[in-house]
Ligand binder design. Structure first.
Ligand SMILES: Cc1cc2nc3c(=O)[nH]c(=O)nc-3n(C[C@H](O)[C@H](O)[C@H](O)COP(=O)(O)O)c2cc1C
Length: 223
């Protein structure tokens, strides 16, 4: 191993993780559904001052079975699941269209908390996608309209030109709805709440949806 590698390894070893004080997880008083539990933990994340607690990792798989993951913003949680918005032509949208089995992961460091969900992503109605697009700030709509997301950008001037074109177009057509704006809901079948502990005796509670979807079963997992 080179000395550069040794330095990096040492540097990483020195970074603390799951540093006290961390909250406890009261398993007896824990909410009955993952929806209620998520809402409670989100409030606590906001109270703790965690930045962007609504940022989550969306994991998908591509056509060759390779996992892919990226951060997205959580837009809502309701009976249909956890919502996010993406562009229809993006790699993740194509992956979901081909295989809707996805995972969502949240990590809230100051609280040492992780939430993991697995389930199927379902595209919401055209009306809901349109409403979400129109609720976005002007600059977000411009950028969504101008971007050919995740394809090679070989010429910066093309991006600048597209942005100006989109800006002019949206100024003239303020009610325009980008048809490729999609909102998905992930209906989880498994949700795990993980409370880290400095002594590594982490607490984990896993909710699994019963086969007839009528109730959530809960089990505690080994750390
Ligand atoms: C904090 C944060 C929030 C993001 N929110 C979104 C989002 O809500 N929707 C989105 O399409 N991309 C969002 N992105 C960008 C994605 O992570 C990703 O780079 C982009 O969507 C392209 O993904 P793909 O090539 O896998 O399709 C966000 C990135 C970060 C770091």
């Amino acid at each position: 191993m080179t000395s550069e590698n040794t330095d990096l390894k040492e540097k990483l070893r020195q970074i603390p993780s799951l540093k006290a004080p961390l909250p406890d997880m009261n398993l007896e008083m824990f909410p009955d559904t993952p929806h209620q539990a998520f809402s409670l933990w989100l409030d606590e994340a906001l109270k703790a001052g965690i930045r962007e607690p609504h940022a989550m990792t969306l994991s998908t798989t591509d056509e060759n079975g390779w996992p892919d993951a990226r951060i997205l913003i959580l837009k809502n949680v309701d009976a249909r699941g956890w919502h996010f918005a993406i562009k229809a032509e993006s790699p993740k949208a194509r992956q979901i269209a081909a295989k809707p089995n996805v995972a969502l992961t949240f990590y809230w460091p100051i609280l040492g908390r992780q939430i993991r969900l697995r389930g199927l992503a379902t595209l919401l109605s055209a009306e809901e996608c349109a409403a979400d697009y129109l609720e976005r700030p002007q600059h977000s709509r411009v950028s969504a309209l101008a971007s050919q997301q995740s394809t090679e950008l070989s010429d910066t001037t093309e991006l600048d030109r597209n942005l100006v074109k989109a800006e002019v177009f949206l100024a003239a057509n303020p009610d325009y709805i980008a048809r490729d704006w999609q909102v998905y809901a992930v209906a989880p079948t498994v949700v795990e709440f993980w409370q880290g502990a400095s002594d590594r005796n982490h607490k984990r509670l896993c909710f699994t949806l019963s086969e007839d979807h009528s109730k959530w079963d809960r089990v505690r997992l080994w750390p």
